[in-house]
Write a protein that binds this ligand. Structure first.
Ligand SMILES: CC(C)(COP(=O)(O)OP(=O)(O)OC[C@H]1O[C@@H](n2cnc3c(N)ncnc32)[C@H](O)[C@@H]1OP(=O)(O)O)[C@@H](O)C(=O)NCCC(=O)NCCS
Length: 226
């Protein structure tokens, strides 16, 4: 059996990682229909990334981070962006995962602002190609990323910040049973303005067996199971 087929077979039963015990780089896989894989972003994603982002401009722009006036401009090429992300990942401050659905590029889930020391904290950002929306892919992808952060990277607390208008994203944290902890006025520069955000967070103690187990046991919606 080829290694990829073996990983897929194992992923039917639970989340598996290609390099057990390693925070980064790593490849995580779970689910059967569809198979969801998280793997490091790479320079060879350039063509598909550009095509997907172009096709999804209207879908993504209300939720996309923008550069505030006076701040440093973004990298101008995808290659530069990936190089910067890879460097930050080597320093351990970010884990920039691509999401694949049945082996095809479908979006990103990124663990950002990783702080060690007494905090052991990070924030989670995500988006998916509209073509794959509504199939529960993102709740699964976020559960996989959070479990990896808790159990392999040994982080303690993960945070998700969402604009109050973003009902689709609010469903993601709801399905995962991630608690709302506060409200941050004018928190992030999104779609050209400083935008208020609702803050959701989870600590390791709140999900002792992980978010993926919780999601699967609830049939894909922990809010409905309560
Ligand atoms: C938020 C997002 C990641 C959710 O991903 P997903 O894989 O579709 O998640 P789900 O399948 O659980 O769907 C969540 C909700 O989106 C809505 N939805 C589902 N399919 C949809 C579609 N094709 N078009 C619009 N909305 C849809 C539904 O309300 C769904 O909730 P429900 O399952 O209770 O009906 C995705 O909508 C997205 O990428 N949006 C744009 C970027 C973004 O908002 N990023 C997050 C910033 S905080």
């Amino acid at each position: 059996m080829k290694p990829d087929e073996q990983l897929r077979r194992l992923a039917r039963e639970r989340m598996i990682t290609s390099t057990p015990g390693q925070a980064w780089p790593n490849r995580l896989m779970s689910g059967t229909d569809p198979v969801v894989t998280l793997r490091p972003i790479r320079r060879s994603d350039a063509r598909v990334w550009r095509a997907v982002r172009r096709r999804n401009q209207v879908w993504l722009s209300p939720w996309d981070a923008t550069v505030p006036p006076g701040a440093d401009a973004r990298p101008t090429t995808f290659g530069t962006l990936v190089r910067r992300l890879a460097k930050a990942a080597r320093r351990g401050t970010t884990y920039p995962f691509v999401i694949e659905v049945d082996g095809r590029f479908a979006g990103q889930v990124s663990i950002n602002n990783i702080v060690r020391g007494s905090a052991q904290f990070a924030s989670v950002g995500y988006w998916i190609d509209q073509e794959y929306a509504g199939r529960g892919v993102m709740p699964r992808a976020v559960a996989m990323a959070v479990d990896h952060c808790f159990f392999t990277a040994k982080l303690h607390r993960l945070e998700v910040c969402i604009r109050p208008e973003n009902t689709n994203s609010l469903r993601v944290v709801e399905k995962l049973g991630i608690r709302e902890i506060g409200y941050a006025p004018r928190f992030l520069h999104i779609d050209g303005e400083w935008r208020d955000h609702r803050i959701f967070a989870i600590t390791r103690e709140e999900a002792p067996r992980g978010l993926l187990a919780r999601l699967e046991e609830s049939g894909g919606d922990a809010s409905a199971a309560r």
